[in-house]
Write a protein that binds this ligand. Structure first.
Ligand code: PDD
Length: 292
């Protein structure tokens, strides 16, 4: 149980972190040639596991890495990680790289054995301060590639953009491409405008967020008006509320955009309602009342 915290799963075995080694020829190390998932778990129950495993399958298929495990194997691994992690809330990290070759070559042989790394870390969620004050974001031109729908470990552009936002005095960036606001550096984007919640449609320029889908389901279930439509940069600047959502940060209100207050400059009414519904679905999961 807790004495095993600090271990990672690598290629079929649980190992202490200090003994978990990967070849320097691993294509994940050399090229960022791999994909990953981050799955939140509350009270030992993985949240939306089926959705996360479906997205992992889609990412693997998109980059043509054969899944090293079937669905039952992934589920077993997630549950083993949670057993090892002990009580409380955790985020589970799953990563598959194409594996190690004998040489550095852009092209790869068909017989490589993928490298599977998995680990957990305690999940604290957004701080009470963040939920009271909200987050300061800035808009930045999206410099990422044209397959942002793949959850790739190649995150250099995301890292550069987050750093650029921080150096500009913001806490995150909202990425804009061709005049459209798309998502955060590691989160999905929602706005509230003219009384309706809005998020951009799925496509090659955004990650299909699992939290995003849940927020849309909650809006539908509770009769909150919503639309899945493009958000122009001008509409973003004029929004009454802006939220960023992810598995680890949940639903975070953005209260300053490019140093200008969003709405009243504090978390809005729609966010309060949505966050309560989201927290309620976590409670139901913890109590074993929901299967998702
Ligand atoms: N990132 N968009 C991007 C670019 C992301 O990296 C993420 C999540 C999301 C939100 O997806 P989800 O709701 O499924 O977590 C959107 C994870 C948390 C990460 O990289 O750590």
């Amino acid at each position: 149980m807790t004495d095993r915290v600090g271990e990672v799963y690598l290629n079929g075995r649980f190992l202490p972190l200090s003994e978990a080694h990967v070849s320097v020829m691993d294509r994940g190390f050399l090229f960022g040639d791999g994909v990953y998932e981050v799955i939140p778990a509350f009270g030992g129950h993985p949240f939306r596991l089926q959705h996360h495993l479906a997205r992992l399958r889609a990412s693997l298929a998109a980059v043509r890495i054969a899944s090293p495990m079937d669905e039952a194997g992934w589920r077993r691994l997630v549950n083993d990680l949670l057993d090892h992690a002990g009580a409380g809330d955790h985020s589970i990290y799953l990563q598959v790289t194409r594996g190690a070759d004998g040489r550095r070559d852009h092209s790869y042989p068909s017989d490589l054995k993928p490298t599977v790394l998995a680990m957990s870390r305690p999940l604290t969620g957004p701080s009470p301060e963040l939920l009271t004050k909200g987050l300061k974001a800035c808009t930045l031109e999206d410099i990422r590639w044209a397959r942002c729908d793949i959850k790739s470990t190649s995150l250099l552009a995301n890292i550069m953009l987050l750093q650029q936002a921080k150096e500009a005095g913001a806490e995150d960036a909202i990425l804009v491409r061709n005049g459209l606001a798309l998502e955060g550096t590691a989160s999905s984007l929602f706005i509230v405008r003219n009384g309706a919640l809005r998020t951009p449609p799925k496509g090659p320029f955004i990650l299909p967020g699992i939290t995003r889908d849940l927020v849309l389901e909650l809006a539908a279930a509770h009769g909150m008006a919503f639309e899945v439509e493009d958000i122009t940069a001008a509409e973003l600047a004029d929004a009454d509320e802006i939220w960023l959502t992810s598995s680890t940060r949940e639903i975070v209100p953005v209260t300053f955009l490019d140093s200008t207050p969003v709405g009243q400059g504090k978390p809005g009414r729609a966010w309060n309602r949505m966050n309560a519904w989201y927290q309620d679905s976590k409670i139901r999961l913890r109590m074993g009342l929901s299967a998702c």
